[in-house]
Every structure is written in C-alpha cells, then in structure tokens.
Design a binder for this molecule. Structure first.
Ligand SMILES: [Zn+2]
Length: 95
C-alpha cells in the first residue's frame, strides 16, 4: 500500500538535495591558481587548477585541483557547499 505522506517526504528530500547541489558550485577567480595535486604529487608541475575542492587525502585538506587531480584526489562527492567549487575565470580578465 502506498503511503502518500511518505511519498511527499521523499519528494521533498530529493528536491532539497538538488537545491543544495546547485548552491555554491562555482567561484569566480581573476586567474587560475596552480594545481596543488600536480605541485605535490606529480613532480611539481605547474598546471592551471579547475577546482577548489575537498580531497580524499588524510585529514581531507582542501586544494586547488585540475580536472585530472579532481578525479584522482577528490572525494567523488561532487560540487557544492562544503564539497568543492569549480573555478570560473572572471569575464573581461585577460588570461
Ligand atoms: Zn593536477
């Protein structure tokens, strides 16, 4: 038997999660910082970062990460408040 009250609560929970996903997923920067993952784990290469995100490293430190390091070192929890933000270059700023 379907309980309408439970269905409504489930729907509300999903909507709230989706709303959270859309909150604070981007941060505007004037220039891309170097990828901390590359600096520390890939021979000190200087690669432009694409994310400022929590990592799965011990202590879950945050770092600037390129696409590859975001996949490799990230938590896999996606973006949002408390998880990570995609870096977006401010418009009108010469790269
Ligand atoms: Zn990297």
């Amino acid at each position: 038997m379907i309980n309408p009250e439970v269905d409504v609560k489930l729907f509300d929970a999903i909507t709230a999660a989706e709303a959270e996903d859309a909150t604070f997923v981007e941060v505007v920067v004037t220039e891309f910082p170097d990828c901390d993952g590359h600096l520390q784990y890939h021979g000190g290469q200087r690669v432009p970062a694409a994310y400022d995100a929590e990592t799965s490293l011990p202590g879950n430190p945050w770092g600037f990460l390129c696409e590859g390091c975001f996949v490799e070192l990230g938590t896999g929890r996606g973006l949002g408040m408390g998880r990570g933000q995609r870096l977006v270059l401010a418009s009108g700023v010469a790269s």
